[in-house]
Design a protein around this ligand. Structure first.
Ligand SMILES: Nc1ncnc2c1ncn2[C@@H]1O[C@H](COP(=O)(O)OP(=O)(O)O)[C@@H](O)[C@H]1O
Ligand SMILES: [Mg+2]
Length: 307
């Protein structure tokens, strides 16, 4: 089922959390909603999931306006909230049985579906464990399981991998990719910019507004600034030496990335030569999506021709 959002707006008191949001997500797509804390990601996703009424705008799922009929929306949407609460003193299985009951699944239906979903997220052998004993990654897989019980065709996940270790994050993403391949429309927010590369399209939200949207490759191609990578074992020292150049310097493993206008590499070399830092190499590299998004964050949309 496709999701179509038109002019979504949400105001809390006198605070505008989301304004004029337009989105469209098709089956077999993963749409990544990115943006810093407070950008309005959770607010937008809550409205899409039908757990919060927008102040204005339309949300159509498979052509039906779910703001007029939230119950209908909740039937086809699986929602994994940012703060998902499990019953720590119930087992994995008991948590799911309870949620299946809340969802109105009958006994036989729910037992089969729970088995199938536990297998899908590879938690079958942990089904008798107390939820409180699960690792962070396992808890999130259980939460995903719970969101999928009623076989939704639209899946909305709010920072599902936040605070989860890198290995489990990769495993969780494999599950999202599998759901996409089966035909779901997936909408996911994430604070991890490297996860954006796995999305079909991403939207970048800043102060409630969608300031940039596109496929990762399109966004990289439209980016016109220079990205200079300094290879060094003293990344943090080099960063502080270069921090006031261009749009700033960012540490990425054993390299420091500096973003800015053409000709930046020369400035970087001059600056490094005048310092007593140790570095191996200075190169102009092609931008990663992470660079593009950092540039957007810095200037609310900078780095693209004409902006
Ligand atoms: N229930 C609420 N009441 C008032 N303000 C809220 C509420 N929820 C969120 N906000 C505010 O709305 C803005 C967007 O918040 P949120 O949607 O949680 O952003 P994000 O998920 O991107 O961090 C923030 O400024 C936040 O403080
Ligand atoms: Mg949030």
């Amino acid at each position: 089922m496709s999701v179509m959002v038109r002019g979504l707006k949400k105001i809390y008191g006198d605070h505008v959390a989301v304004v004029d949001l337009h989105l469209s997500v098709q089956p077999k797509e993963i749409y990544g909603l990115l943006g810093p804390d407070g950008a309005g990601k959770t607010t937008a996703l809550r409205c899409l999931a039908g757990v919060m009424m927008p102040s204005a705008g339309q949300i159509k799922i498979a052509g039906q306006d779910v703001t007029q009929d939230p119950e209908r929306g909740r039937l086809v949407v699986g929602y994994l909230p940012q703060q998902f609460s499990l019953y720590g003193d119930l087992t994995v299985e008991e948590n799911l049985q309870f949620l299946a009951q809340v969802r109105g699944l009958t006994g036989a239906q729910s037992a089969a579906r729970i088995d199938q979903m536990l297998q899908f997220v590879r938690l079958s052998e942990h089904r008798k464990k107390l939820a409180a004993e699960l690792s962070g990654g396992m808890k999130q897989k259980l939460a995903l399981c719970a969101a999928l019980l009623h076989e939704p065709s639209v899946i909305i996940l709010d920072e599902p991998t936040a605070g989860v270790d890198p290995f489990s994050r990769r495993e969780f993403w494999e599950l999202l990719l599998a759901l996409r391949d089966e035909g779901a429309a997936v909408i996911v927010s994430t604070p991890y910019l490297e996860e954006a590369e796995k999305c079909s399209r991403v939207g970048f939200l800043l102060q409630g507004r969608l300031i940039r949207e596109g496929a990762p490759a399109e966004l990289r191609a439209a980016y016109q600034d220079e990205v200079v990578a300094v290879l060094t074992r003293e990344a943090f020292r080099v960063q502080s030496v270069l921090s006031d150049l261009g749009r700033g310097a960012f540490v990425r493993g054993h390299s420091v990335r500096v973003l800015g206008r053409q000709g930046l590499a020369e400035q970087v070399r001059v600056r490094l030569q005048a310092s007593n830092c140790h570095w191996e190499d200075v190169q102009v590299v092609s931008p990663a999506l992470e660079d593009v998004l950092i540039a957007n964050l810095q200037e609310g949309g900078g780095g693209f021709g004409g902006n």
